[in-house]
Design a protein around this ligand. Sequence first.
Ligand code: MRU
Length: 373
Amino acid sequence: MLRDDATETADKPLSATRIPTMNENVTTFSPIRWQDGGLKLLDQTRLPREETWLDCDRPEDVAAAIYRLSVRGAPAIGVTAAYGLVVGLDTRADDQSLEERFVEVSELLGATRPTAVNLHWALERGREVFDQTGGLPDDKRIAGLLAWAHELHAADVASNRRMGAHGATLFTAGDRVLTHCNTGALATAGYGTALGVIQASHDQGKVSQVWVDETRPLLQGARLTAWELQRLDIPFKVVTDSSCGTLMARGLVDRVVVGADRIAANGDAANKIGTYTVAVLANRHNVPFYVAAPLSTIDRSTPTGSEIPIEERSADEVTEVFGTTIAPAAAPAANFAFDVTPNELIAAIITDAGVLEPPFTQSIARAFAQQAG
Ligand code: MRU
């Protein structure tokens, strides 16, 4: 089940995962499991038709799963990369040093997806943890890294729950909310970012209906968000991406909440392609547009959105749907996986540290200063 206390409503149940940590045990649904000494990932390319768990025995398996979107969503990619480092160290050749292997695996994982900053954030934190254990025997260093990966896993769930509580303060009873892509438990270590905000708001009676953009080309909305909302028993309708304007013009959308793969220091936010279009329409129709993301998604070393690297994926993802070609043979296509929403279109950034308001350069700087203590 996705929700700790919910009845399973759809045909294929998923059990909750007990996430082991040094300090606490968290029970929640997670698409990432460390089980029997190895990494298992729910293969999201097969949802909603099949629930298949992939065994990632080698770091190449982890990198391939991230690249082909078996595991996806910025926070989930970060946590997966943390476990991927452990998988890499566990499988090193006898004649390879732990140090050399760490660098090799970190580079392999880091090259998979350029936009989601949580990936690089997690690899950098992993490097710090690894360095702190220098001088210890290899098995102790690997155990230290695994303990940290478990911590990161649990911390992401806790941070999402905080984000949900903060975000719900912006909602009012009966809101009809539009979202884009998938930002739920599947996109994180558990609970979700924007979808976590929707869940928390729905729990407080504030959400009456969710409009789910199908999210072409890979249909994360129609396949994954709809699958999650069904299990959470939250009313929703899937719509084509191009419906957004007419829904707003008809007065059927009260708020928009989306996730982010990277937020620049000035609040410009990169998210799944099509998000910018939604933000422009929301602005035109005076619908508040919120971005929900943990502080780890804010990259203060990137000053503005124009410096955010945008992943470009294979043209086949545009010209084919589930293996069936929909364009003329050899038709060229462009496939930008993300776009950037300029900060002036964002009413608030909902974070694990609270709701940030414009001007974001200042509110972001304050949030990090507070976090540093
Ligand atoms: O290409 P994807 O499916 O990894 O894109 C995911 C998104 O764009 C999400 O909105 C974003 O990562 C935030 S997930 C909590």
